[in-house]
Design a protein around this ligand. Sequence first.
Ligand code: ADP
Ligand code: MG
Ligand code: ZN
Length: 478
Amino acid sequence: MAAYEAVIGLEVHVQLATASKLFCSCSTRFGQPPNTNVCEVCAGMPGALPVPNRQAVHYAALVGLATNCAINRRSIFARKNYFYPDLPAGYQISQFDLPICEHGHLDIVAEGQSKRIGITRIHMENDAGKNIHAQGENASYVDLNRAGTPLVEIVSEPDMRSAAEAVAYLKTLYGIVTYLGVCDGNMEEGSFRCDANVSLRPVGATAFGTRTELKNLNSFRNVQRAIEYEIARQQDVLDDGDSVVQETRLYDAVKNLTASMRSKEEAHDYRYFPDPDLLPVEIEAAELERWRAELPELPQPRAGRFMELTGLPEAEVEVLVQSRALADFFEAAAQKADPRKVANYVLGPLLRECNARNVPTGDPARWAMKPEALAELVRIVDQGLISAKIANDIFGDLFSNGAMPEAYVREKGLGQISDSSALEAAVDAVIAANPAEVEAYKGGKTKLISFFVGLIMRATKGKANPALVNELLNKKLQ
Ligand code: ADP
Ligand code: MG
Ligand code: ZN
């Protein structure tokens, strides 16, 4: 059994979050009644003329800038000819010889190793519609609402060597497009999906082996499992002395396997040619500079900054920067209270509440709690107004009712008892009720102090100031 190395290249389709389609003014809204967002252009009527969407060009360029690509200030739309019922024109408008972006790269970290992955090109294209094969009916339907939706396809170099690297690359890319705000990131709705090209070669070989292409993977988990499955399958084929057939395969997430869809050789000669209905896409130098200047801080540099700010390790900070909105929430709170403590509240109780209530962790707009409230909670624990335990107990309420913590705590009478006359009674009662322990303590078993503290805490429902309780006990047990 020879040792093989996997070679993986990804083609990622990112749906651009424009209001209208790539070449017409139809809405891109998801989930509308079938064939309601359709006009002559996106239905492919002969003679209907496409007009490029400026916003889509802008977004595509932002993706290129954020992935270290060279931006072609002049790029060309080309027709990619093939027949499919959900592609009424008989061709997709894409880019071929001269795409909008080329020669980029992304730095990823997989299994603790950092690595640079090349990006070959990024081109704009329109999406197809959807064929619906009705269950139990002898008919198929076509819904053209999605036809004409703007996509960018980001093609990587075959630089990845494992499923883990492929997933790390995808997550890095996903972070970038969602931070840029050019994609809504909804993977279930297909806004970010990928085809994985996988081949094997003997370890040490320089030439690539024959690849298969796994189509339309729409979750990180499916990418991981589909690639792992495909590597193992190809390994078996090669070990049997057979050769891998170049083909397109579909991943079945339920059965966890890939199955042949069509062989590549017979599949296509797309007969690309420049679309005669469309002028080259031109971007003015000054405009490109404006776009460059509007790039937000991206997840990787932001994670580095948060590590410095909080002193927390990379793995924890990565959770904070997973969504731009969550990172913004953290940062707003961290400006008003100790950043490390704020981070711990976000990573602990806050994410716990989100999960318990099935609220997305990346969408603070859907929480009642505001960053100011989180900061205030951290401050009143620091100041001793409430204990950390009470803060934890009331976190769920604050999360869902949006109250400011200090007012809430005062209203509910949850403030810490930091007044010695109020605590003395509780301390005296505990001492009076436990004479044997008091004797033992006086006889040298000083560890019993925590036993007394525990009883007093219970008697005061956790509201006693622990430092003060210790002080009173020490005095009274002398
Ligand atoms: P196509 O459009 O036919 O899929 P491309 O030339 O655009 O072909 O390549 C698609 C992807 O396949 C790229 O991401 C590239 O890195 C990857 N790729 C090319 N050759 C191999 C190979 N032998 N093994 C794995 N990936 C490959
Ligand atoms: Mg391909
Ligand atoms: Zn239209």
